[in-house]
Design a protein around this ligand. Structure first.
Ligand code: TYD
Ligand code: MG
Length: 465
């Protein structure tokens, strides 16, 4: 049966062939819902229908139970086991990170298996997308493509071709005709997302929307955009030029915190199947390097902190820090000197957060302390260790928020030893589930002692013959 779009007023049931901001029947604002022809008369009759049969909550065969594999194991896992029928997934990320490539690849995998996938771009021309598709193998050639910005035209095309997956790149370039605000404006983004969402729900088509991000890292547009969709994914560079990480920050159908790591190749994105190992392999195995986990928004992000300390001839030795607040570094240096017995007052100190993230979270203090101690004592930290905790002025290390999320992230990376302030009553037990050993440390002194015992000494330049 051909699907025909109709709009029905929620208040009075008046039908229209086009969306209206204000109902001509009852004057209600924003009351029009899109419906299919078959359901419109039911809606108009006040939503009562003989087919509205209550169903036990445990009935998994109900709507929303079906999941579509998007072709790649890790992408499916981040979604919670594939894309749920009728779900709307928002994929955010900086320009050039690979959002279009990721979606086109997923589209190609599905199209390659013989199903119809519709990829709509308001960002790029057909020629541009075709050139990208040529790099992505056989399946990409079978993806249905439409260069379009009008949401009504997109929904109509999707209704006509009944794809198993709809991709819209991007939500910011999609407009709802009839609204006079500019593309990308709050009302346009909202209006377009609303229309696509109702299409997804009505037709059961999983729908992916690409979203631009603002300088602050949030997805551009109305705040409500993230509430409107079922899943929010972020795609970002974690370290170096070519490793990218995909993770869910919201998922109505799965766990957040799952992540997938990709590398951009000349044939699209390639999954890095053991991200922990790769991230660790890229790590410099030298003194002054320590791992910690910082909380970025809703995310636990593993980061490597590097430190270097050297003698100085300056009256006021340099302190250079990248990715960590200078004032906080000054505090840590004072704590190390007065409470830890490691005088750094006359030393030059350099700190760098390697992954490119900026640490603003005090829970990562222990990582910076460990890097500083490791650098100053010329001891290489065990590559399996990570450091968590907030430093206090008395030299104590305090417990931190998001403890489980951080430890879980480290476990995923293959780290086995986590130094972390003990949580009362759980001395050693609480890391067991995640497969890591928890080493409780409650002071900077204990942390220094651990580095002395477990760090491997290296010969410094001055000690070499
Ligand atoms: P793109 O997916 O367009 O990023 P976004 O949609 O997030 O802006 O592509 C990102 C970059 O990846 C782009 O600079 C080109 C590059 N690229 C490759 O290196 N190899 C490839 O096979 C493809 C398709 C893209
Ligand atoms: Mg793009």
């Amino acid at each position: 049966m051909a699907v025909v779009q109709r709009f029905v007023c929620r208040e009075c049931g008046r039908e229209s062939l086009r969306w209206e901001g204000r109902c001509p029947g009852c004057d209600a604002w924003n009351s029009f819902d899109e419906v299919e022809r078959g359901t419109s008369s039911r809606r108009a009759a006040g939503g009562r229908s003989a087919t509205a049969t209550p169903r036990p909550l445990g009935d998994r065969a109900g709507p929303g139970a079906a999941r579509l594999s998007v072709g790649a194991g890790d992408f499916d896992r981040v979604l919670g086991g594939g894309a749920v029928e009728g779900s709307v997934v928002l994929l955010g990320g900086a320009p050039g990170i690979g959002k279009s490539t990721l979606l086109l690849q997923a589209a190609a995998a599905i199209a390659g298996a013989g199903a119809a996938v519709l990829y709509v771009s308001g960002e790029e021309s057909e020629e541009q997308v075709r050139r990208r598709a040529a790099r992505l193998g056989e399946g990409a050639a079978r993806v249905l493509f439409l260069a379009e910005t009008s949401v009504d035209a997109i929904v109509e095309a999707a209704a006509r071709s009944s794809p198993v997956l709809l991709c819209v790149d991007s939500i910011q370039t999609t407009v709802r005709e009839g609204l006079d605000s500019a593309p990308g404006s709050v009302s346009q983004v909202r209006g377009a997302a609303d229309a696509l969402r109702s299409f997804a729900k009505r037709s059961g088509t999983p729908t992916f929307l690409v979203g631009h991000v603002t300088k602050g890292g949030g997805i551009a547009g109305p705040r409500t955009l993230e509430h409107l969709v079922d899943v929010v994914l972020h795609f970002e560079g974690l370290r170096g030029e070519d490793a990218r990480i995909l993770r869910a920050t919201k998922n109505r159908f799965g766990r957040v915190g799952e992540l997938a790591v990709y590398r951009m190749s000349d044939r699209g994105l390639v999954e890095v199947t053991d991200p922990g190992r790769t991230l660790l392999e890229e790590r410099a195995a030298g003194p002054g390097s320590a791992l910690t986990v910082t909380i970025e928004g809703a995310r636990a992000v593993p980061v490597e902190v590097q430190a270097l300390t050297t003698g100085s001839t300056q009256p006021s030795p340099r302190r250079m820090t990248t990715g960590y607040p200078a004032r906080r570094l000054a505090m840590l240096l004072a704590v190390l000197e007065r409470r830890g017995g490691i005088p750094l007052g006359r030393r030059e100190v350099f700190v760098n957060v390697v992954s490119g993230f900026r640490i603003t979270d005090p829970g990562a203090d222990a990582g910076v302390l460990a890097a500083l101690v490791s650098a100053e004592l010329d001891r290489v930290l065990p590559p399996t260790a990570a450091f968590l905790g907030e430093a206090g002025l008395s030299g104590e290390l305090r417990g931190i928020g998001e403890r489980e999320a951080r430890v879980r992230e480290l476990a995923r990376m293959g780290l086995t030893d986590v130094l972390i302030p003990a949580r009362r009553g759980t001395e050693n037990g609480d890391g067991a589930a995640a497969g890591v050993s928890i080493h409780p440390v409650s002071s900077v002194r204990q942390l220094i002692g651990w580095v002395r015992r477990h760090g491997t000494p290296v010969a410094t330049e001055e000690q070499l013959p």
